[in-house]
Design a binder for this molecule. Structure first.
Ligand code: PMP
Length: 434
């Protein structure tokens, strides 16, 4: 069955398949961190539906919440009508919002994917400000629809000014840490204040508190505060894309909490649906300029996703899973640092909470700048991913050159499971480094 399914889907599906190419498995059962394939093999899943599964696969509280809706006879398709299920979801969502936003927030259900919510956020700030341009960052990923893609580096009719996103390991200015971040902030200011820079008075700035697809690059808290300062001073709405960083993933319920800033708009998806498709934009109520019907869509009322999502949000909050992600993540990152000490091909280990990246480099090649890091090694990263899979560990790749091995385990991962993940990854790296 396993080989037949893989062969048929490879023949029938679009060539754009991505996960299925790198991970030739056929999941048939799953629980927590573990997936069982049609070939009978078991895998530790650190891809977690691209960071969707805060509680892992088929968590009992999520299944129970879904069953409750199914057994209640509630309608499953209700467009955007008010229902008790939606009421419970928004109550729980508002309970978790950062303090500065919680009291003055509106939510717009979008649907069903993260990219839809990004699109809605861009549209919202354009409508609210009457301006059109968007400020986005090098290396960003916001989705695959036209506006989101433009903000990610693709092409569309949305005019996007790309700004430097500072990073310690491959800082575009050749300096890491605070000086690099401050230079990036000043560059941003100078572009905005230069009337001849070609940057139109922007409708909004969109940023990820930790770039995920871009290679797990956490923003420094002081840089986040500078971005808030710069946008506030110019009345530019700040959009935090927390599609991947939200719901405890980075060690705070929302990643903006690390820096203490309050964004004007938050884009939320992935884990908020408790494994089912759900996406919302939450924003300051005075930005709510939309007329009835200004942002519509058929699938904005996924009752099962709202029930699964409410259960997930409550579980993460009540069980302190953000704090758990912070302590376990710190420990895992420290242990992975030993890999970097042992193997020259491990150039950098970084992350925040349980959003962790290991960058593979080619130490044989000269660095692109004197004293800088060795060039990225995408082929080594792909080899590590393959070796991990052979050892029953599913990891994702990311980064500007696909040279970063990414770990996004469920927040419920146990200490023993975390050790098993690290051991398998270390063995895979040792094999590839030979
Ligand atoms: N924003 C961020 C930060 C993401 O990581 C992603 C998906 N990886 C998206 C937006 C797009 O979400 P979706 O794939 O559900 O459209």
């Amino acid at each position: 069955a396993h080989e037949g399914i893989l062969r048929r889907q490879a023949a029938r599906e679009s060539a754009a398949r991505t996960y299925a190419r790198a991970l030739p498995i056929v999941p048939v059962r799953a629980r927590g961190l573990t997936i069982e394939g049609a070939d009978g093999n078991r895998y530790l899943d650190c891809l977690s539906g691209a960071g969707t599964l805060a509680l892992g696969h088929n968590h009992p509280v999520v299944l129970e919440a879904i069953r409750k809706v199914l057994d209640s006879g509630a309608p499953l398709q209700v467009l955007d009508l008010a229902t008790p299920v939606k009421d419970a979801f928004t109550t729980e969502l508002f309970r978790t919002l950062p303090p500065g936003l919680a009291d003055h927030a509106r939510v717009q259900f979008c649907g069903p994917a993260g990219t839809d919510a990004v699109e809605a956020a861009l549209k919202l700030v354009r409508a609210a400000t009457g301006r059109s341009g968007i400020l986005a960052f090098a290396g960003a990923y916001h989705g695959m629809t036209a506006g989101a893609l433009a903000a990610s580096g693709g092409a569309s009719d949305v005019r996007v000014a790309r700004l430097p996103y500072p990073q310690d390991y491959r800082c575009p200015f050749g300096v890491g840490g605070e000086p690099g971040a401050e230079l990036a902030a000043r560059w941003t200011e100078s572009i905005l204040d230069d009337t001849k820079s070609g940057v139109p008075s922007p409708a909004g700035m969109i940023l990820e508190p930790v770039q995920g697809e871009g290679g797990v690059i956490p923003a420094r808290d002081d840089w986040m505060r500078r971005m808030r300062e710069i946008t506030s001073a110019r009345s530019i709405p700040l959009i935090a894309d927390e599609v991947q960083t939200g719901v405890g993933r980075t060690g705070a319920f929302w990643a903006v909490e690390h820096s203490g800033i309050t964004p004007d708009v938050m884009v939320l998806s992935k884990a908020i649906g408790g494994s089912l498709p759900l996406a919302v934009v939450v924003y300051r109520e005075d930005l709510d300029v939309w007329e009835p019907g200004a942002h519509a869509g058929t699938f904005r009322g996924n009752q099962l996703a709202m029930a699964a999502g409410a259960a997930t949000l409550a579980y993460v909050r009540e069980n302190g899973l953000a704090e758990r992600a912070a302590t376990l993540g710190t420990r895992m990152i420290a242990q992975l640092q030993c890999l970097a000490d042992d193997f020259d091909c491990v150039g950098d280990v970084r992350g925040r909470g349980l959003m962790i990246g290991v960058e593979l480099v080619d130490p044989e090649k000269p660095p692109s700048s004197p004293g800088g890091p060795s060039p990225a090694a995408p082929e080594l990263a792909a080899a590590v991913q393959r070796e991990c899979l052979r050892r029953g560990l599913i990891v994702e790749l990311g980064g500007r050159n696909s040279s970063v091995v990414r770990l996004l385990p469920p927040l419920t991962i146990s200490d023993e499971q975390a050790s098993a993940v690290l051991n398998r990854l270390a063995d895979a790296v040792a094999d590839v480094a030979k």
